[in-house]
Ligand binder design. Sequence first.
Ligand code: SF4
Length: 375
Amino acid sequence: MKYFIVTYGCQMNVHESEKIAAILEKMGYSEGSSREEADIIVFNTCAIREGAEDRVFGNVGNLKKLKKKNKDLIIAVCGCMTQKEQTAQKLMNTFPFIDIVIGTFNLPKLGYYIEAVKKGRQLEILSEGDIDESLPYKRTSGENAWVNIMQGCNNFCTYCIVPYVKGREKSRKEEKILDEIREIISEGKYKKITLLGQNVNSYGHDLKDGVTFAKLLRDICAIEGDFTLSFMTSHPKDLTDDVIDAIAGEEKIEKFIHLPAQSGNNRILKLMNRKYTREKYLEIIDKIRAKIPNCRITSDFIVGFPTETEEEFLDTMALVRQVKYDSIFAFMYSPREGTVASKMEGQISDEVKHDRVNKLLSLEKSLQKETKDED
Ligand code: SF4
């Protein structure tokens, strides 16, 4: 019996798919090389960007032919997109050949839903769930091992769907993380550990046992072995001096920080509910550069946020010019149903968004060229 997993979205989803693979292998399935030869196909979806959702609908729709040929084929859809009840219901209604639609918190029970398919189609969306420490992973990223340190997010940036589909922040106990990493290192095939969380800098806040992200980093570095350590993603408001000191002082930690700024304009940052100002952000960048001179810094930006004026967009351009990032990711704002920003007045036209994203990307290109020429 073969399985085939289709993964959309971020590294956290890639890691979730490693969990799905382990669940399926425990049930006796082995990895197939195509959808055509699979007995079960799992779509692990993403809700962050509109395009990803459209692709899921298109790709799931294309499976109708396969299901016609093989009526025993099981099709399951899970992940952030199906955590939204309306979307889950729409998938079930649009595609009567889908067998299982479950939310993010139902994943540990995937095996149960597969068994239950014999009794009929399965649709269940739990609204909350704890981190299941008993589930194994089938690691698939070569020398890199992903390690999840927390789930969920408390920040409610007004454009973002994550807190609604992943719930509030829940950190794993430090001892569990350290045990997992000791085991990974003892296997001898992983040279890199990447810690994952929506906002790793706030790791431990909910545990209230005195463990902070900086302490976790130092404790991981104290584990014997030949490995490097990195992490994603950082929120500027929670990036403490202690974390910067840990990165500067610990040899094993990669000198790299992805620090999403999202905008260079204070009014837009406030509307986005990012809880820092342009000045505060630049202060953090200065600290990083002073303490870790060789640190690579990258960032994310959203252009065309509701009501963003041309002058406010130019503040973003100026910030990018000033910081001279190693690279940036620029996105056009896309309204996600259920978020505060999707209901804001002053939505920007696609034409303007395209124009702004192109301007930002060509600025990025010219800055990269300048840096190369200087080298
Ligand atoms: S910090 Fe903001 S953008 Fe990041 S996951 Fe949380 S709500 Fe979304």
